[in-house]
Design a binder for this molecule. Structure first.
Ligand code: COA
Ligand code: AMP
Length: 638
């Protein structure tokens, strides 16, 4: 039996014993004696009677252990031409003070706080300050528009919103205050206060319920960590589902801390004192887990980078950061490398830097396409590790595991299931698929520690979205297969979720916005292939009979509407006005078929379609108007 199997098999056969062994990875106020229990819906709960505080475990504990002078954060912001190094001790003090400021505003255990901030150390400080108080943070990505923020405020009911005065996108300064003000105006729930971290590039004008960050922390008391139960929520992170309303994924505290600490050793092969650089954003799960919490739980230094892989100033930024901070593990999304490759195909800028500190390169967020994999493999002397996970799981489900046993990489595969995740492939009837047979990728219960504890205020949705399809299994929403050697290949979503530049988006949500335009009779939004961003949304629209306007104007209005409601991150820039959409006899739009057209798959027109010409209409329109679709699509065999 391989070393991997000797670890993996006990983890899925005897999960309770396996995860009982791992509790010593984090400091507890009260170590758990109950390892695994089940709630009333039969969902796994980990370490039910344990008590801890993740801020203590990740910060104060290291100061107490003598790491106070070690850098906890390297902040690097080419867009403001600033850099900062923050030691563990300084970070602890700044967190404890900001927690004191929040406490002054009445924030206490269990209260929610929404954080709307760019990649500045204060974002991490605000998150940990919430954790210190036992409050629940919900970070919202800066690329979302005010409506999306409003939806989250409505659902999470935060006592306080913490924001920066602006974000910076390459050379554009984006004021945040108007976005937050509009969101609060749109929400029926009103937070009691806003804390504004003022940035020099744009200072916000404060209103009567606003507090300046610096003033709030002046003379604020140093607040100690509040013990919380392992099962108490640490954060809510909203993610796209198949419907318009995002799902508030609830993360618990104890299971998450243990899982992250475990992952730092077995997946990321990092020791205390090492440097981890994750080029993502604190608004995504990757940022929560591998910029904010995991590196510090392990006593490492985390790099917070406020910039892009290209243009800030050039395609050598990542190499510079690896060199400058002696990064040992680097993690980003494949799309970032496609952007670098486009600008610097021969990676000439790599020659300007010494990246010999790098030991492993990790990618996730979308499938690592083989051309990008081979480009990276040819460029670097280190293993390129594609690993698969999702907001719901909080940490990787499948990966190559250098901390246990590194195995040869196969292009297009996320390698093996991570210990704790009993990954299986089921066919439509719920039968286990054999090697090379594609099906739904599911995780057999119990999910390991760290995975979602529920959907905020919607237990029913938790059940219907994930647990109902195959009783006893968590439905990941991805399709894939195991090959003959047990390597897992994730082939893409089986639902209406798309992945644009490593960002997860709901086409259902975009359809709701587009369908809300008064001139639109029917619409479908699907993802089409894009060389750089992996996928891009495209709207197919049938105007109402009464519509007598101009198609080009309608298209522009719909693009502006989606940008205004969801935000620039949706990258909704293509609309096709068509006269028909393919439908079933019962009148349902055949979205899967549309996706197949977009993916360039060969097929015959199904007999279930009443009007086969409608399919051709859409096909021709897409090929004419969409470069991605035209490149990909194969001729239809009627
Ligand atoms: N705040 C405000 N606007 C933002 C934003 C933010 N935090 N992030 C992105 N946007 C805007 C962009 O400015 C752009 O606006 P535009 O339409 O006016 O040009 C739009 O949203 C689309 O952004 P994006 O898709 O990110 O395109 P980009 O050209 O700015 O950058 C990449 C492309 C590939 C370089 C970038 O998406 C990237 O680095 N992706 C990595 C993804 C990632 O970290 N995923 C997490 C999992 S690892
Ligand atoms: P998010 O919840 O935003 O992290 O997005 C999760 C989704 O991104 C998954 O369900 C997959 O569809 C996709 N994804 C993430 N990582 C990978 C990967 N390594 N390979 C293939 N798809 C991935």
């Amino acid at each position: 039996m391989s070393h991997y199997q000797r670890t993996y098999q006990p983890s899925v056969k005897h999960p309770e014993a396996f995860w009982s062994e791992q509790i010593k990875r984090v400091p507890w106020y009260t170590p758990p004696t109950t390892i695994l229990s089940y709630d009333e819906q039969q969902h796994a709960r980990w370490y039910g009677d344990g008590e801890l505080n993740i801020c203590y475990a990740a910060i104060d504990h290291h100061v107490a252990q003598g790491r106070g002078e070690q850098p906890a954060i390297f902040w690097d912001s080419p867009v403001t031409q600033s850099k900062q190094t923050i030691t563990y001790q300084e970070l602890r003090d700044r967190i404890a003070c900001f927690a004191g400021g929040l406490e002054r505003l009445g924030v206490t255990k269990g209260d929610r706080v929404i954080i709307y901030m760019p990649m500045v150390p204060e974002a991490l400080i605000a998150m940990y300050a919430c954790a210190r108080l036992g409050a629940v943070h919900s970070v919202v990505f800066g690329g979302f528009a005010s409506h999306e923020l409003a939806v989250r405020i409505e659902d999470a009911e935060p006592k306080v919103v913490v924001m920066a005065s602006c974000g910076i996108e390459v050379d554009k300064v984006l004021p945040y205050k108007p976005i937050v003000e509009q969101a609060i105006a749109q929400s029926s729930f009103k937070p009691e206060a806003c804390v504004v971290y003022q940035r020099d590039l744009h200072r916000a004008v404060l209103g009567p319920d606003d507090y300046d960050w610096d003033q709030l922390i002046t003379d604020a008391p140093f607040v100690d960590c509040v013990p919380v139960k392992a099962t108490d929520p640490l954060y809510i992170l909203y993610t796209s589902g198949t419907t318009g309303k995002p799902k508030g994924v609830i993360r618990d505290t104890g299971g998450y801390a243990v899982a992250l600490a475990y992952s730092m050793e077995v997946i990321y092969a990092l020791n205390p004192g090492d440097v981890m650089f994750t080029a993502s954003d604190v608004g995504w799960v990757v940022g929560h887990s591998y910029i904010v919490y995991a590196p510090l739980l392990r006593g490492c230094t985390t790099v917070i980078y406020e910039g892009k892989p290209v243009k800030t100033p050039d395609a050598g930024s990542f190499w510079r950061l690896i060199d400058e901070y002696k990064v040992k593990s680097f993690f980003t999304a494949p799309t970032a490398f496609r952007a670098i490759k486009k600008e610097d195909p021969d990676a000439r800028l790599l020659d300007c830097y010494n990246i010999s500190s790098l030991q492993h390169l990790y990618v996730a967020g979308e499938r690592l396409d083989p051309p990008t994999f081979h480009w990276l493999e040819g460029l670097l002397d280190v293993p390129v590790i594609d690993h698969w996970w999702q907001t719901e799981t909080g940490w990787p489900i499948a990966a190559n595991l250098p901390g246990i046993e590194a195995v040869p990489v196969k292009a297009g595969s996320a390698t093996y299931p991570v210990p704790g995740f009993n990954v299986q492939i089921l066919d439509r009837d719920g039968e286990r698929a054999g090697p090379m047979q594609q099906g739904s990728v599911v995780i057999k219960q119990p999910m390991p520690p760290g995975c979602l504890a529920g959907i905020w205020r919607d237990p029913q949705r938790f059940h219907s979205a994930y647990m109902a399809a195959f009783p006893g299994y968590y439905l990941t929403g991805d399709g894939g297969y195991f090959d003959e050697d047990g390597y897992l290949f994730i082939m893409g979503r089986t639902d209406d979720v798309i992945n644009v530049a490593g960002h997860r988006l709901s086409t259902g949500e975009m359809e709701e916005v587009v369908g809300g335009h008064p001139a639109v009779a029917e619409c479908a939004v699907i993802g089409i292939h894009d060389e750089l961003k992996g996928q891009l949304p495209i709207g197919l629209v049938i105007p109402k009979d009464t519509f007598d306007g101009n198609d080009v104007t309608l298209e522009a209005e719909l693009i502006a509407l989606v940008r205004d409601r969801i935000g620039p991150v949706a990258c909704f820039k293509q609309v096709l006005v068509v006269s028909r959409l393919p439908k079933t006899r019962s009148g349902k739009i055949l979205r899967k078929l549309l996706r197949n057209i977009a993916d360039g798959k060969t097929y015959g027109i199904p007999s279930t379609i009443d009007d086969p010409t409608s399919l051709e209409d859409v096909y021709v329109a897409m090929c004419e108007r969409s470069v991605g679709a035209a490149d990909q699509a194969k001729p239809i065999d009627p």
